[in-house]
Design a protein around this ligand. Structure first.
Ligand code: GLA
Length: 568
């Protein structure tokens, strides 16, 4: 029995309709078919090969050698720097006295992804080439680690990939049997998409809340580099080039992000940034006045990645332009130590993708949530101001989540101190989705200056889970999340059961604004909708010293070291 004086905080209405847009994007029209056929030529790996399944990514470092043949130009570049084996060795040893000598580098390095041509190809690179190339780069760069002072709180903005991939829909009017019919036509993404999104961020209140990045993802470039070996935007789709877009953003107080890949090709089959191209690409982005760079890892191998990600960090630093650096490296290494070195990542990257790609579905969100919280002991200490774990984009406002699930994604991303990159269509977003994404209290929890990543502190048999994040001013955030699929669940607990110290606390439900003052011993009930959350901001009267923590599914008490964001 729940006592009648028990405060009840409810989740927002469980009966909210899923956030579905009215348009059938899957419809095949002649125009759509013709744009598909053009793109089929470009979009080399099939959707199945490119599936976001993290297993594929992990397999990428162990699978059969399949890198496409190295273009002649690149071979020439390699030969230039390796005019003789002797010269190469000397250069390597002189530049890198403390690093691995060439002799211990693998004799042959095989890349591991299917060639964009679809053919299984094999490419080898001699260890000497690697040695000389790396050290030539290392020797010319002075900065030792990422030193851009950026992203002291998780970056926020909009990112094209999940919602728009390599294309987007426009609507064209056709006369059909005497009447006008509007048909969705799929076109490759172009500068208009980014301009539209910038306009929405600027005009619809997003920018003031912190959503300032507008990030281009894969498939923006031309299939060939220019005569000087620089990447260039596809001139048809980006007629003003990237500098025009950067100016457009900067004029509105926004920032521009761009995408590249530490391999022979991007995941979508466009030109990649091989080791010999790192400096020139970093400089190109700086010359274009880009503000953020996401470095993906398709069509490469573990050895190249180990060299390339730190080199790019140094190369970006060496340009003198502060460019936020997002590394997909850990996602290609399985996301966990010993393969992933989170200390090193924190020194060279501002954020990093740890895990597979998010898709537009609740199961995808749950899969990511499970992985991140199951590995929270490893991941949470890695995060802090200027260095963030990235569970991938917010899909709120798309097609796959109900309103409850949208609230859950927002709440859990805030607990994780995750970068908040929306991937949705801000031109047509529903007011419900917009109000979740623009929730000031959740954004301020996400952006808390301490930058401590929160944790799951309880997993109840009932399917209720409790998440907690310490915040500045001795405050904290609590999320009660339901994995149930039946009906709203009345979860009864008290702050002392959640290991808050003695005292009285003001708890504000961030979605309903309802506030209650609770003693630590007060029993309360939260009603949590299936797949939904109740999220509280808790102002604390005193410093929290002990918190519950799960090991082996048992609740244990551990002293919490706020500086290390770790339990002792
Ligand atoms: C990878 C990344 C995605 C996206 C695509 C683009 O799958 O993880 O976020 O950038 O490549 O091809």
């Amino acid at each position: 029995m729940i006592p009648s004086n028990t405060p009840v905080m409810t989740a927002p209405n469980a009966t909210d309709a899923p956030d579905m847009a009215p348009i059938n994007h899957g419809r095949v029209t002649p125009a759509l078919l013709s744009s598909f056929s053009t793109m089929a030529l470009r979009r080399k790996p099939s959707p199945r090969e490119r599936s976001a399944d993290v297993n594929m990514r992990h397999a990428a470092t162990t699978a059969t050698p399949v890198e496409p043949a190295r273009p002649a130009a690149r071979v020439a570049a390699f030969s230039r720097v390796t005019s003789s084996v002797r010269e190469g060795l000397t250069a390597y040893e002189a530049a890198c006295p403390n690093t691995k000598p060439a002799a211990v580098l693998p004799r042959r390095v095989f890349a591991t992804r299917k060639a964009p041509t679809g053919k299984i190809q094999r490419q080898t690179t001699s260890r000497m080439h690697f040695a000389v190339l790396i050290c030539a780069s290392v020797a010319t760069m002075t900065a030792l680690a990422l030193d851009n002072g950026l992203m002291r709180t998780p970056p926020m903005g909009w990112l094209a990939w999940e919602r728009f991939r390599y294309s987007f829909n426009v609507y064209k009017s056709y006369m059909l049997f005497g009447s006008v019919v509007n048909i969705a036509v799929l076109l490759p993404s172009s500068e208009n998409l980014f301009i539209d999104m910038a306009d929405r961020l600027y005009e619809d209140g997003w920018k003031e809340l912190g959503y300032v990045y507008v990030n281009i993802d894969d498939c923006w470039s031309s299939m060939n580099r220019d005569k000087d070996g620089r990447l260039q935007a596809d001139p048809k789709r980006f007629p003003g080039g990237i500098p025009k877009l950067a100016r457009y953003m900067h004029d509105r107080g926004l920032k521009l992000g761009i995408y590249g890949d530490m391999g022979t090709h991007t995941c979508g089959g466009y030109p990649g940034t091989t080791l010999d191209k790192i400096e020139i690409d970093a400089q190109t982005f700086a010359d274009w006045e880009v503000d953020m760079f996401k470095f993906d890892g398709c069509y490469s191998n573990a050895v190249d990645q180990e060299l390339g990600y730190p080199l790019m960090s140094k190369a970006l630093n060496a340009t003198g332009r502060p460019i936020g650096y997002s590394c997909s490296w850990p996602a290609y290494q399985g996301g966990l130590p010993p393969k992933v070195n989170y200390t090193q990542l924190g020194q060279i990257c501002n954020l990093w993708r740890n895990y597979g790609d998010i898709q537009d579905s609740w199961s995808s969100v749950l899969n990511i949530v499970d992985w991140f919280f199951e590995n929270q002991d490893i991941l949470a200490p890695a995060a802090g101001p200027g260095r963030w774990n990235d569970p991938d984009m917010l899909i709120i406002g798309d097609f796959g989540l109900s309103m409850d699930q949208s609230r859950s994604q927002m709440a859990l991303w805030a607990i994780m101190a995750a970068p908040l990159f929306m991937s949705n269509d801000l031109r047509t977003i529903s007011s419900g989705a917009q109000s979740i994404l623009q929730n000031k209290m959740i954004i301020s929890i996400n952006q808390d200056p301490l930058g401590i990543q929160g944790r799951r502190i309880l997993k109840e048999k009932s399917g209720i889970e409790v998440f907690w994040r310490p915040l500045s001013n001795n405050a904290s955030a609590l999320v009660f999340f339901s994995r149930r699929t039946d009906m709203p669940y009345r979860y009864k607990t008290s702050l002392s059961k959640l290991n808050y110290t003695t005292g009285s606390y003001k708890a504000t439900d961030v979605y309903t604004d309802q506030t209650d003052v609770l003693k630590d011993s007060t029993e309360f009930v939260v009603s949590v909708n299936p797949t939904g959350v109740v999220m509280w901001y808790v102002s604390a009267p005193g410093k929290l010293q002990y918190h519950p923590f799960i090991r082996g599914d048992k609740l244990r008490r551990h002293a919490y070291d706020a500086e290390q964001n770790n339990f002792l």
